[in-house]
Design a protein around this ligand. Structure first.
Ligand code: 3MF
Ligand code: MG
Ligand code: MG
Ligand code: MG
Length: 382
């Protein structure tokens, strides 16, 4: 279990099972209890929002005690804190957003709260700082100047990049998109939108993304494709793994609980690309579970990733699958000269070449067979 950097947020295994229609079904665990639970199930790291660790109205002395106890728990268990983040969505002050609230005092408070949370994360050695926009968005666009909103969000991130550097924290920022919740409409709702936005920042090299399976999936998008775009851009700084049915509420299921095949392709992408950052499970146990069920949930997330990583190895070593892929991707010497950067000669040669269009369209691609072999491999039938 230690080969991968598996981490969980305090809010994940600590989830008490409250939902919009029902009260908590599990008792609140303290941060120290959660660290010990995570150590017991074999996790590597623990992440937190500022207020998962330190309640929003804690006094300075309460905070100092909490920090001391948490540090001791980390020391006792060997768990690390790879990532920290800010809760900019729970408090009523953020009902109209944080960095994009129309109220300049809320925007200033959001900056202040984030600096304090960055200080807290840095105390525990966190190197990734996540920004999930939460309530950055609107219900009615009558209420928002959308261009101002984007400008305010940019100003906040530019400010915080400078703050991180000035403090010597060495953070990399990871922006997390989520399309369907909790506002009526959310700004920058997809990983692709975040990637576009990052290029407009003062220090784009400091900022990447933290995509989450459930978030792209709930919008009916292919999450693995979003992650591929992030990897291609050199921007996959962190990842939130879980599972989700398309078109449903925010389910945050155990990784791999629903979409086995899609989870496999995601793990394959990560493994083949050599992603070696944290694998964070942003998920929680079914509401039906007690504390033992929470441990089953956490172990299940990690074990499913391990099993799928093993399946990736088998897929990459499977002679029949690899022969089929080699055939599908066979080079074609005749068109080889047309590949590469533009030159006037290459363009002229390509324009003059006669393609057999009918033959191109007539060729069967063998994807049915490939997909069936993939299914059989995943089911343990080969
Ligand atoms: C919401 C989320 C968030 C973010 C977190 C920052 C509560 O659906 O996914 O989890 O991941 O705020 O990482
Ligand atoms: Mg989420
Ligand atoms: Mg959620
Ligand atoms: Mg998340």
């Amino acid at each position: 279990m230690t080969q991968h950097k598996f981490s969980f947020g305090l809010w994940t295994v600590g989830n008490v099972g409250r939902d919009p229609f029902g009260e908590p079904v599990r008792k609140t665990l303290s941060p120290v209890e959660i660290v010990h639970l995570l150590a017991e199930v074999g996790a590597w790291g623990v992440n937190f929002h500022d207020n998962d660790l330190v309640p929003i109205d804690a006094s300075a002395s309460q905070k100092a005690q909490i920090v001391t106890d948490f540090k001791q728990a980390l020391k006792d268990t060997g768990l690390v804190v790879p990532m920290a983040t800010t809760n900019l969505f729970g408090d009523p002050a953020f009902k109209d957003g944080a960095f994009t609230s129309n109220d300049p005092a809320v925007r200033a408070y959001a900056l202040q709260k984030t600096m304090a949370a960055m200080d807290l994360g840095a105390e525990f050695g966190a190197k990734t700082y996540v920004f999930w926009g939460g309530r950055e968005g609107s219900e009615t666009d009558a209420s928002k100047n959308l261009l101002e909103g984007l400008k305010w969000f940019r100003e906040a991130l530019n400010f915080l990049c400078e703050y991180s550097n000035a403090q010597g924290y060495g953070y990399r920022f990871a922006l997390e998109a989520k399309p369907n919740e909790p506002r009526g409409d959310i700004f920058l709702p997809t990983t692709g939108a975040m990637l576009g936005f990052i290029q407009t920042l003062d220090q784009p090299e400091m900022v990447g993304v933290n995509p989450e399976v459930a978030h792209e999936t709930m919008a009916g998008l292919n999450f693995t494709h979003a992650v591929a775009q992030a990897i291609d851009a050199g921007k996959l700084f962190h990842i939130d793994l879980n599972d989700q049915n398309s078109g449903r509420y925010d389910q945050d299921y155990r990784f791999g609980a629903q979409n086995y095949k899609q989870s496999f392709f995601l793990v394959k992408l990560l493994q083949d690309a050599g992603y070696d950052g944290p694998l964070h499970f942003d998920a929680h146990a079914y509401r039906s579970e007690d504390l033992e069920g929470v441990k089953d949930f956490a172990r299940g997330c990690m074990r499913t990733y391990e099993i799928l990583a093993e399946k990736v190895k088998r897929f990459n070593a499977d002679a029949e699958i690899q022969a089929l892929l080699a055939q599908i991707n066979a080079p074609n010497a005749e068109v080889e000269p047309f590949r590469g950067a533009y030159t006037p000669e290459r363009a002229a040669a390509l324009k003059a070449y006669q393609f057999d269009r009918q033959a191109l369209g007539a060729r069967g691609l063998g994807y049915e067979k490939l997909d069936q072999l993939t299914f059989e491999l995943l089911m343990g039938a080969r």
